[in-house]
Design a protein around this ligand. Structure first.
Ligand code: NOJ
Length: 553
């Protein structure tokens, strides 16, 4: 491979510990599906705590927990009834405290989910607002409006819920309230000072408990355009991510994050380590996402443009370049993510109908992601190579998006099936008793994908993830720095060098469906394909279809 020079700003060898988040590998725990400590079929916090050694052994830096707060679970906990309480289904506040302490003792940081765009319709404020009736100032904490039409029988505007149907629900006294998601999730009015004060206090509550950061749900949605103007377009969900809409990514949100950054900075630990916030912000461009990461705002934002990019060399290279340029401009790290609890697992997305191909590509994509400068997110179960479960019977499904839409596509239960840990019978160690319950059924084939079944098998996806994360730790320059130096490579192949004082590193990804031969740039460190499939010679290496290799160079 000859060098093909594009701008590659200087690489620093490692990031200072206080800025641990700049190159952190963060593992998403979806608590209801991770580990069930009490055998009721639902994952819980004691279950997570007991399984933290798995995450330490995997080699991640931090854990992000999806919501475990008191909630009627209309949207799997993203409908919060009490932001300062743990739902009994998940445990107690003491369990949360134990989890944070145990994580810290294992060297893992803990990020919790904050849901500020909306609460549950069972939140005390919303119940009060309903009780007090039209005109009550308590209604001003939400978006209540009279309807249109002769009798107010039409919604106040044409906004659609992300989960389908109108974004407005009418209450008994005839007024309507706004909910960008399910009707059980009324949107807060972020112009109201009480809302701002309440969330400042919630931030402090969890920071006082010792957590290391927040993942901010719907970070782009808090502020709505003045006057709540019509959009004039149906199927608005298709506009999201590519066009501006009056309920997302309004400039007013940034004032909120500047305010929160001051609080986070106040909580910097004595040794200088920072508490962080990562934005779930679906914006039309990465440049718009970068605005959330200006030095006085948040620390990271999920790179959804990367997540939604297909298995295509040109498209991936373009999104990598665009992401690095946008994030470098605000001195923020890029982030890389392939799966989460809202999308089809990437081994299935990349499969094109062939599960084995999907897994090959998923492993190759992981090595690519972990070789890029910045922070990477892993969604629970991807380290086991779990596929999406696509044949769940309708009666077990719980995703509100399923019930408000017309079919299975785009619904999210298939990536939320409880993890297999060990054993011959479902729930495969998810709960304490073989043959016990699990809130969604696992496929029988997951017996062979459990943590116990894969541990010690060098060909397994789990051991592959462990090796990749160990190499990344040994070579701190891997996640550090700001750029990649693209190398010349055949069509459909991505190759780049990362340079550091402690040695260079080369990563090559073959995205084609045939083997390719490349000049060997150094000593092989790790390959996503089975070792004997990669023909590595002193001068040339044959890279199998859909695979990635790392070399020390
Ligand atoms: C994004 C979360 O990731 C998703 O699971 C949830 O349904 C919506 N926000 C609403 O809170």
């Amino acid at each position: 491979m000859t060098q093909h020079v594009t701008a590659a700003p200087a690489l620093t060898d490692s990031v200072p510990t206080r800025e641990w988040w700049r190159d952190a590998v963060i593992y998403q725990v979806y608590p209801r599906s991770f580990a069930d400590g009490n055998g009721d079929g639902m994952g819980d916090l004691p279950g997570v705590t007991a399984r933290l050694p798995h995450l330490r052994d995997l080699g991640v830096d931090a854990v992000w927990l999806s919501p475990f707060y008191a909630s009627p679970q209309a949207d799997a906990g993203y409908d919060v009834a009490d932001y300062r309480a743990v739902d009994p289904m998940f445990g107690t506040l003491t369990d949360a405290d134990d989890l944070v302490r145990e994580a810290h003792s294992l060297g893992l940081r803990v990020i919790v989910d904050l849901v500020p765009n909306h609460c549950s319709d069972q939140h005390e404020w919303f119940k009060q607002a309903l009780r007090e009736g039209p005109g009550s100032p308590l209604r001003d904490r939400f978006h209540f409006r009279p309807g249109k039409g002769d009798d107010g029988e039409l919604p106040p505007n044409d906004w659609e819920s992300i989960f389908g149907g109108p974004a407005w629900t009418r209450v008994e006294d005839g007024s309507w309230y706004l909910h960008l998601f399910a009707p059980e999730q009324p949107d807060f009015n972020w112009d109201h000072p009480a809302v701002k004060d309440e969330f400042r206090s919630i931030l402090r509550f969890w920071l006082d408990l010792g957590i290391d950061g927040f993942r901010i749900d719907v970070a782009h949605g808090l502020v709505k355009a003045e006057g709540l103007p019509d959009i004039g377009h149906e199927e608005q969900v298709k506009l999201l991510g590519s066009q501006a809409v009056p309920y997302f990514d309004q400039d007013g949100v940034h004032e909120i994050y500047r305010d929160w950054r001051k609080i986070l900075d106040e909580y910097t630990r004595e040794d200088g380590t920072e508490r962080i916030a990562v934005a779930e912000a679906w914006t039309p461009t990465v440049e718009r996402s970068a605005l959330y990461l200006r030095p006085d705002e948040l620390h990271q934002a999920f790179n959804f443009e990367y997540l939604t990019t297909e298995w295509d060399a040109d498209a991936l290279r373009a999104v990598i370049d665009r992401s690095l340029a946008a994030m470098n401009a605000v001195d923020a790290p890029a982030t890389w993510v392939l799966s989460n609890h809202d999308v089809v697992r990437h081994s299935t997305r990349f499969a094109d109908g062939d599960e084995a191909r999907g897994l090959r590509r998923a492993r190759a994509a992981t090595l690519l992601m972990l070789a890029l400068p910045g922070s990477a997110y892993i969604y629970q179960g991807e380290e086991l190579g779990l596929p999406e479960v696509t044949d769940l019977p309708d009666e077990v499904r719980q995703d509100p998006a399923f019930f408000r839409s017309t079919g299975q596509d785009g619904t999210r239960d298939g990536c939320r099936v409880p993890l297999p840990w060990s054993g011959e019978r479902a729930p495969f160690g998810f709960g304490p008793v073989a043959g016990g319950p699990s809130w969604l059924p696992q496929p029988d084939s997951w017996k062979d994908l459990s943590v116990a079944a894969q541990t010690g098998d060098p060909a397994s996806t789990l051991e592959f993830y462990r090796s990749a994360l160990a190499v990344r730790r040994e070579h701190p320059a891997l996640g550090a720095g700001r750029g990649v130096e693209w190398l010349e490579a055949p069509e459909g192949v991505l190759a780049f060098r990362r340079t550091s004082a402690t040695g260079d590193f080369v990563c090559a990804v073959n995205l084609t469906s045939s083997p390719v031969t490349l000049p060997t740039p150094g000593t092989p460190l790790l390959a996503s394909a089975e070792a004997d499939a990669v023909a590595a010679g002193a001068d040339e290496t044959v890279l199998p279809a859909d695979s990635t290799v790392w070399w020390a160079a």
